[in-house]
Design a binder for this molecule. Structure first.
Ligand code: PAF
Length: 272
């Protein structure tokens, strides 16, 4: 049904953009949709909480699901098609394919969430096969995910362009995330220290070594009651491998994962 509709649109020369999401949409997702709407004739937004990318079953169960609100947000943002398949539709049988893009996918999220990127590649490659978009849109908040997807597209020769879009933040700096809805108001205030520390480290980095800057962030987070740092890595923006000096790579990004209560939050900051 979806494929037939899209084939007809493509046969009529329409350009198709795809925005893969797991729903619980917020302004960050809306920015991806608006970018796709601006660059394509047709924008497909998938809403699917993909079980194969959750290594923590509790996280999967607790993941917010707000389909009705998502659909009205998408209509306002100008999306053409909202595609919200069931698990059975996507995985009529278990997906046993394995994807490995080492060392891109073995560090950071890859190390702390075993199997996560394999699941992401399973669902994203399926969506690419189903929709066959000209362009696909992903947020830079999931910085490593974007790099892994770019590599998958390159190696599997998907004929499409991957478009990375900037992080969207709340007015006070907190990176938008579907998981933010799980924070109590007290936790929400505590979580603000994540982006604050990252932004402060940008200034700090101007007069300090990379190692000192990394420690500044680690200690800054450790000093906040209610936050537990999982990792802070300062990496080459292309390879995702840790770097030790500011002149070691052309692009350098600090990637952080912090637990606030039992909510796992990620964020990142570009130093150069
Ligand atoms: O970034 C996400 O929301 C998910 O990982 C994605 C890309 C929609 C795949 O399920």
């Amino acid at each position: 049904m979806l494929q037939a509709e899209l084939s007809a649109l493509k046969a009529a020369g329409k350009q198709v953009g795809l925005v893969p999401t797991m729903g619980a949409l917020h302004a960050g997702h809306v920015s991806l949709v608006e970018r796709s709407v601006a660059e394509n004739d047709v924008t497909v937004v998938s809403i699917f909480v993909n079980p194969t990318q959750f290594n923590d079953k509790n996280d999967l169960i607790k993941y917010p699901r707000t389909l009705e609100a998502d659909c009205s947000l998408l209509e306002k943002a100008g999306a053409t098609i909202a595609f919200a398949p069931s698990v059975e539709e996507i995985y009529p049988e278990p997906d046993t394919r394995t994807f490995s893009y080492a060392p891109l996918d073995t560090v950071m999220e890859g190390a702390f969430r075993p199997g996560h990127f394999n699941g992401v590649c399973q669902i994203v490659s399926k969506l690419f096969d189903m929709v066959k978009p000209h362009r696909a849109y992903f947020g830079e908040k999931d910085f490593q995910q974007l790099a892994v997807i770019r590599e998958m597209v390159h190696q599997m020769e998907f004929p499409l362009e991957v478009v990375g879009c900037p992080i969207v933040r709340e007015a006070d700096g907190l990176a938008m995330s579907s998981r933010n809805t799980r924070l109590s108001s007290e936790e929400r205030t505590t979580a603000l220290n994540i982006s604050r520390t990252l932004f402060e480290s940008l200034e700090y980095a101007k007069k300090h070594t990379l190692g000192e800057t990394k420690s500044y962030v680690e200690q800054g987070i450790a000093a906040v009651d209610g936050l537990r740092l999982e990792y802070y890595e300062v990496v080459d923006a292309r390879t995702m491998q840790p770097v030790n000096a500011w002149d070691e790579a052309e692009g350098i990004v600090g990637c952080i994962t912090v637990f606030c209560g039992d909510v796992r939050l990620i964020d990142n900051i570009r130093y150069k």
